[in-house]
Design a protein around this ligand. Structure first.
Ligand SMILES: [Zn+2]
Length: 366
């Protein structure tokens, strides 16, 4: 079978490899890929910034945002809740032996010795078939078969939105207003999830929004602010309210400082994105310290997700789909046939929300 792979740390090395269809053990499941999503991490893997091959292999099969169908079940998998023909999404990170990983929270890994399928030390899903144990698979209802390829980014948004509520269980807390900085896939999902929780949500980016984002904002009652017109620090004044939750998804160091000062008393800022490199700035640490201390404010870093957030993501995708049919699917703005996937150029187009690789032709061939 065909798979798409890169040579780690080598720019522009995306190529097809011919590999055998995986043979499953009695404990495993064989999954046939239907489509795979691409994101910023894929772009950086294509640029040679990230990506580690599995031990003993000189290439890495890419792709971590998967959607497929169970093709074959191992004899020892009965009672796992899956059957042949079920739609599934696989999680990405695989644990090491630290206390957090052992507790099922590989997203909280203490050591950094985890692997990630399609990213770090384990092959990904940009291939006709993959094998996996049922514990790493999430069953997908057919009502969200189209948007479920975005479940991995949805799981990140779930963690970014859920953790503030867990952290703030330290006090009586009734957040009313949230600001989400960034309108990529995770940013749009975070805004939607905060709306589902009943908050007044302001979604911020540097542009006038495009028709697809406009549709999401209108359907779900999300306000949009163009930060090239309203400075981030002026948002509370502009909306006439304190901000209780800030979710920062731009990763831009210049935005991060403003984000940390944006929340009101008892507010929380969730930092979810990074840009590499170094950025040195003159900032008013006294002001930041004053705001954090006197306002009991929290700034928290949030990375990755675990299967619990994938499952929450399924439930919330089903609710959104029910209330707004087709809204999620509309976020898939470009579909590239697998046979034509030989570079990451499409990810340079900032107008795209979610680009997916379709395995349709191969599936038709049987
Ligand atoms: Zn660990």
């Amino acid at each position: 079978m065909k798979a798409a792979a890169i040579m780690p740390k080598k720019i522009g090395s995306l190529h097809f490899v011919e590999v055998p269809v995986p043979r499953i053990s009695p404990e495993e499941v064989l999954v046939r890929i239907i489509r795979v999503g691409l994101d910023g991490t894929d772009k950086e893997i294509g640029m040679g910034y990230y990506g580690t091959a599995p031990k003993g292999c000189d290439y890495l099969i890419v792709g971590h945002e998967s959607f497929g169908r169970v093709e074959k079940m191992g004899d020892g998998t009965s009672g796992c809740g899956l059957k042949v023909g079920d739609y599934v999404v696989a999680t990405v990170r695989r644990p090491d032996k630290c206390i957090n990983c052992a507790a099922g929270e590989s997203d909280m890994c203490l050591t950094g010795n985890y692997t990630e399928r399609g990213i770090k030390g384990a092959h990904g899903y940009m291939t006709e078939y993959y094998k996996e144990v049922p514990a790493n698979l999430v069953k997908i209802p057919s009502s969200i078969a189209e948007p479920a390829v975005m479940l991995e980014p949805m799981s990140i948004a779930e963690k970014a939105v859920t953790q503030p509520f867990e952290i703030q269980s330290r006090m009586v807390w009734a957040p009313k207003t949230a600001v989400v900085l960034g309108t990529g896939t995770v940013g749009l999902f975070a805004a939607m999830l905060l709306r589902l929780r009943g908050l007044d949500v302001v979604s911020v980016d540097r542009t006038e929004s495009n028709p697809i984002k406009e549709d999401i904002f209108k359907s779900m009652g999300i306000r949009h602010i163009n930060s090239s017109k309203v400075a981030i620090g002026d948002i509370p004044k502009s909306i006439g309210k304190n901000v209780d939750i800030v979710v920062e998804l731009t990763g831009s160091p210049a935005v991060v400082y403003d984000a940390m000062n944006l929340s009101g008393p008892n507010g929380l800022v969730s930092l979810v994105s990074v840009t590499g490199g170094s950025y040195v700035a003159n900032v008013d640490m006294a002001k930041l310290n004053y705001n954090l201390v006197l306002g009991n404010r929290v700034v928290v870093g949030v990375v990755n997700s675990n299967i619990k957030y994938f499952r929450k993501g399924v439930a919330d995708m089903v609710s959104i789909e029910k209330a707004h049919p087709g809204l999620l699917k509309g976020m898939i703005t470009r579909r590239v046939p697998f046979e034509e996937f030989d570079n990451y150029g499409i990810l340079e187009d900032r107008e795209q929300i979610k680009v997916v690789i379709e395995f349709e032709k191969i599936l038709k061939k049987g």
